[in-house]
Design a protein around this ligand. Structure first.
Ligand code: ZN
Length: 297
């Protein structure tokens, strides 16, 4: 989920303001509106982003916030636009603003479209929270098609962030270490996770988080895959880790429970044959794929 973005980001175009201005007037260009960080989606049977014509938003809908260039599909430029007013006429155009997480959970949105929506959401979110310079406190202005903000006073340049998060499954003797967060629904268990800290490698972050949350020591760490996670702007780095100790000591500030779960139990859960005492995250989450990778080891 949120991977395989089909757009060519064409980053060399971001500094070409004349080209960007022309694309924003080009009737072939496509704009995706966001309000309160919710993308506008087509209603009805055929779900997807509600792509709008450039003139439509400029002419009829004021209160425009950040405009960011997403990329090209062939020669067609794609932009994300933040709508700040609450003009309901936009929704009359055949779309509605919907929560992105909810849309992927329900399966209304997936595949390449989810990746484009995630790119737009992460960027719009970043602009909405970086309107002032972190160095001097003065207002910043959007630059380079949305991939930079420049300070109007001190000239400092600020760039969109991606926050690395490690998410990992420790395993030993055919069992995997799963944790249950305090706010998890029902009997949901998942892989442990945490932010990579400054000055830390991915491997060190994996070992530290497992030690801190569950008291288990790990040796070799294997990278599995990554997943963009635009809530607000993380990159989930999925790993499998070989545990070298078994005793669990849960950090009760972080987890309600952690346990070693046998491979055959997880295989049954993935095949829909579990006894209901343990749930795992759905396929939209990288944790699901880590559990699957462990089952197939
Ligand atoms: Zn400044």
């Amino acid at each position: 989920m949120f991977a395989n973005n089909p757009l060519d980001r064409a980053s060399h175009r971001r500094v070409d303001q004349a080209w960007l201005d022309a694309r924003l007037k080009d009737p072939r260009s496509r704009l995706l509106a966001y309000r309160d960080l919710k993308p506008m989606l087509v209603e009805g049977a055929e779900k997807g982003p509600a792509w709008l014509r450039p003139g439509l938003i400029e002419a009829d809908f004021g209160g425009r916030g950040a405009v960011v260039f997403l990329g090209l599909e062939g020669e067609i430029a794609h932009f994300a636009v933040e709508i700040r007013d609450s003009n309901d006429a936009l929704e009359g155009m055949g779309g509605a603003f919907r929560d992105l997480r909810e849309c992927v959970l329900t399966g209304d949105i997936g595949g390449e479209e989810a990746a484009i929506l995630a790119q737009g959401k992460a960027l719009i979110d970043w602009h909405s929270r970086h309107r002032f310079c972190a160095a001097c406190g003065n207002p910043t202005i959007l630059a380079e098609a949305g991939y930079k903000r420049s300070c109007s006073a001190c000239g400092a340049e600020h760039f969109p962030r991606t926050d690395p998060v490690v998410i990992m499954l420790a395993h030993r003797d055919g069992k995997a270490l799963l944790g249950r967060g305090k706010n998890f629904p029902g009997r949901m268990f998942s892989a442990l996770a945490g932010f990579v800290e400054p000055g830390e490698t991915i491997e060190e972050a994996v070992a530290r988080e497992i030690r801190e949350e569950a008291g288990v020591e790990v040796g070799t760490v294997h990278y599995h895959a990554t997943q963009p996670w635009p809530f607000p702007m993380s990159l989930m780095i999925g790993c499998l880790a070989e545990a070298i100790s078994e005793e669990i000591m849960v950090d009760e500030a972080e987890l309600a429970e952690a346990r070693w779960v046998p491979r055959e139990t997880l295989r049954a859960v993935l095949e829909g044959k579990g006894d209901g005492s343990l749930w795992v995250p759905p396929p939209m989450a990288i944790a699901h794929h880590l559990i699957r990778a462990f089952v197939e080891l």
